[in-house]
Design a protein around this ligand. Structure first.
Ligand code: GLC
Length: 817
């Protein structure tokens, strides 16, 4: 689809305004602008004058629309709210958006255009169809926008390559990545998120292309500084987010597509996985291996071999004669069990496999356009595929998880849900991908072609799973992991990036990849630590696990032919490094769990690029090898063999070294920081109040100690609110939360620390509170609540004054001097 879809001018023939929308009529088509919220405008252009019907499975939510004012002036139509406006040139139909201050952005270069498109032009590979189905599936619609030269373009979903996506052509079509390795490669991956943000000093704005069809963005690749949006489906439909900061854009995007779920606390712990731990004995030995070596662990994942011939919702009773007893044995050690579930149901009819039979009887599987059941090959050989666009099917599928819940399984891992299908059994040579034909009809009313719903397959499988778990076990928050996803999947599942490789390149690419997803509203993400394909090695594994301790989802996973990747598989030195990294993860859990709550409240990603916190520093936009972990920490990972130190850019403000506790030199330019294996640089921003806990072997153990590491800034006050709850139920929605506000005055004002009384109905277990105030030099004394403290110590190494008290939930004030 290289042809620009360039359109001739499209004068406005007339227009009508409604309370929340304005419609302009053109010789060809209608354009509709709607204020779905004061800071979100929706633009739709239908060349045939008919807007598509709402889809019951759309990932976009209905918000309360805002009032819109419309006026005609100087040959332009001005349409807007107090936060965001659009102006349409009446003679050309060209449109631009403006801020309340009159700053122009996302400005069209021409009116939208459309034309019939061939399958070949989409460059979609491995499709059995030789033509796109007739009708809207063939109509490509697009528009071109000016890219401001000082704008960076970020987000764009799961991708390889650089953080700033200028000069890339990015399309949206979920695929299984069959070629090992991430690095720079094909455009499409397992997930599709047709959304991005553009950031320049003073303004960040966002766009969501509201299309589940094959679509794409050309980000100045075809023409310098020209952004092309295009989609199949016969209608251009997109949302513009007013920003004006990256955080505001993510808030607006997740208001529209749903806030990220709040994971149970255990899901933030360490997960160990492998394809596959073969028998229940192996699994128990693995769990005991962790406990004997005192390496914290919260979850073990069971890959496909637990099933009977890869039949989903069954167990191989030779390998796992008593699954419930095995799961209970793990539970007794504080370890949860996560089982994989693939969408392909073995085509095993008349042989007593209830899932396949019920699926056919209930009409839950996809059928070809000619009415025949659609089948393709996956692990269990010939398989049938549920139609997750159907609400009935989702309900049935969700309920099937009852058998796993009864056994005590805690989490579900949805895999192969792009969906990944091949044309013959895997063991046969020459296997090629064979996707669902585009003309297959989906939905309870058969309302949509697979051409329209393909990108939602994994998203809706994850949703069906989450909703099923919630029905089956309403007292606990479900936890679902998915490989394929779309915008909105953040409501239902965490995701991992699929089959990477044990290579430095794949460690490196995880940094911008996960950061991009955070900008797309998906905060709970991670990659296979150690690498999936290929044999990992000690140095890579050590570097990856020290980095992985900061991934929002932390799991080690490996291919069946790869060498073992348990923390002790690479000898005692690497084992010690892995233990330390995992222990640090557990110490940071009170901070990370607060970040998960913040993500749940307004979408704020906790693994994020520097531009998220420093959007006015254009010189930081390109930095993708340093990552902010929430607003308080910054990591600088090591991405290559043999490095023992690295340069670290310092964004504005004062910074501390997390390991030494010391303030970093304030001189100009990047810092050189030591980074021996196991100790990549970790920095803390001045004004931070980091909350750490004691090391636990699993989150099932209560927190006995809460440590507040306090880092005053030179000039600015710092504030933080620790958020806690029971970590497991939905009671937090009814106020069973504990929120603790803390404040640190700047050094220039004496670095006085105040802690407010705990708010909310949740009562943490009894614990001690350690206050550690980092100061340039030892103070003469300390007062706590205006009384001199006798029992405090100055830790010269960490440059911190430390006091230990009982956490009584009351307000306290700690002052040096
Ligand atoms: C896919 C998954 C991988 C899993 C394997 C076997 O390749 O991405 O994580 O181990 O299937 O189930």
């Amino acid at each position: 689809m290289d042809d620009p879809l360039l359109a001739a001018p499209m004068p406005v023939l007339d227009w009508v305004s409604e309370a929340t929308a304005c419609i302009t009529r053109h010789e060809h088509g209608l354009l509709r602008l709607e204020a779905v919220a004061p800071d979100i405008l929706r633009l739709r252009f239908a060349p045939n004058g008919r807007f598509a019907a709402p889809r019951p499975w759309s990932p976009v939510l209905d918000l309360a629309p805002a009032g819109l004012s419309v006026r005609e002036e100087d040959g332009q139509l001005w349409i807007g709210t107090e936060r965001l406006s659009a102006r349409i040139n009446l003679s050309s139909g060209v449109l631009a958006f403006t801020t309340p201050e009159g700053q122009v952005f996302a400005e069209d270069l021409c009116a939208p255009g459309w034309r019939e498109v061939s399958l070949e032009e989409t460059r979609l590979q491995h499709l059995p169809d030789t033509e796109l189905p007739p009708g809207e599936a063939r109509i490509g619609v697009g528009v071109r926008k000016r890219m401001a030269p000082d704008e960076g373009y970020f987000g764009f979903g799961q991708r390889d390559g650089r953080l700033d996506r200028r000069h890339r052509r990015l399309t949206h079509w979920t695929v299984d990545r069959v070629v090992p390795g991430h690095g720079l490669g094909e455009d499409n991956l397992y997930q599709a998120q047709p959304t991005f943000m553009a950031v320049r000093p003073g303004l960040a704005w966002g766009l969501l292309l509201n299309s589940t069809w094959f679509s794409g963005f050309d980000v100045g690749r075809e023409y310098e500084d020209v952004l092309t949006l295009f989609t199949l489906g016969g209608e251009l439909d997109y949302y513009i987010f007013a920003g004006p900061t990256p955080a505001a854009v993510v808030e607006q995007l997740t208001r529209l597509t749903g806030r990220p779920l709040l994971p149970p606390l255990w899901a933030l712990g360490f997960h160990q996985s492998r394809w596959s731990y073969g028998t229940d004995r192996d699994v128990r030995a693995l769990a005991e291996g962790f406990r004997q070596r005192t390496i914290p662990l919260d979850a073990i994942h069971l890959d496909i071999d637990y099933m009977d011939g890869y039949r989903v919702f069954t167990w191989d009773h030779e390998r796992f004669p008593e699954p419930a007893a095995t799961v209970a044995a793990l539970q007794a050690l504080g370890i949860r069990t996560v089982t994989i579930v693939d969408p392909g149901v073995k085509h095993d009819l008349g042989a007593g496999y209830g899932v396949a039979e019920a699926g056919v009887a209930g009409e839950y599987f996809l059928r070809r356009a000619d009415g025949e059941l659609f089948s393709g090959w996956v692990w269990p050989d010939e398989s049938l595929f549920p139609d997750f666009c159907s609400e009935r099917t989702r309900h049935w599928w969700g309920d099937l998880h009852g058998s796993l819940i009864e056994i005590g399984v805690d989490g579900i891992w949805c895999d192969m849900n792009e969906p990944s299908i091949v044309d013959r059994p895997y063991r046969e040579p020459g296997v090629t991908e064979y996707p669902v034909p585009l003309a297959v009809c989906q939905g309870d009313e058969g309302e949509a072609l697979h051409a329209e719903t393909h990108n939602l397959y994994g998203h809706l499988m994850a949703r069906a799973t989450w909703e099923g778990l919630e029905r089956l076990r309403p007292e606990r928050r479900p936890w679902v992991l998915t490989r394929s996803a779309f915008v909105g999947t953040q409501c239902w599942a965490a995701s991992w990036m699929g089959d990477n490789s044990a290579r430095w390149e794949d460690l490196e690419t995880s940094l911008p990849q996960l950061a991009s997803l955070g900008l797309c509203g998906a905060p709970h993400v991670g990659v296979d630590i150690g690498g999936f394909y290929g044999h990992s090695f000690g140095e890579l594994y050590g570097r990856w696990i020290e980095l992985g301790a900061f991934y929002p989802f932390m799991r080690v996973h490996a291919h069946c032919d790869s060498r073992p990747q348990e923390p002790w598989s690479f000898g005692p030195d690497i084992e010690a490094i892995a233990r330390q990294a995992i222990e640090l993860r557990y110490r940071l859990l009170p901070y990370f769990y607060t970040l998960a709550h913040r993500a749940h409240r307004d979408g704020e990603p906790w693994w994020r690029p520097l531009l998220f916190d420093f959007p006015d520093q254009a010189d930081l936009y390109a930095i993708e090898d340093q990552i902010m972990i929430g607003p308080q920490m910054m990591i600088a990972p090591i991405r290559a063999h043999g490095l023992k130190r690295r340069l670290v850019e310092r964004p504005p403000g004062c910074w501390y070294d997390f390991r030494s506790g010391a303030r970093l030199d304030a001189g100009p330019g990047p810092l050189v920081m030591d980074a021996p294996l196991g100790a990549m640089p970790i920095l803390v921003r001045g004004g931070s109040i980091l909350t750490l806990g004691n090391v636990r072997q699993s989150t099932a153990e209560p927190l006995s100690e809460l440590m507040l590491e306090i880092y005053p800034d030179d000039a600015a006050e710092g504030t933080w609110t620790l958020i806690e709850d029971d970590g497991e139920s939905f009671a937090y929605q009814d106020g069973a939360l504990a929120e603790t506000d803390a404040r640190i005055a700047p050094l220039s004002q004496g670095a006085v620390f105040t802690l407010a009384a705990r708010r909310g109905d949740y009562q943490p277990a009894p614990r001690s509170l350690i206050l550690r105030l980092h100061l340039p030099e030892a103070p003469a004394g300390l007062t706590l609540d205006e009384t001199p403290v006798e029992d405090w110590r100055w830790d010269a190494e960490l440059q911190a004054a430390e006091v230990r008290i009982v956490d009584d939930g009351q307000a306290h004030c700690l002052a040096p001097g």
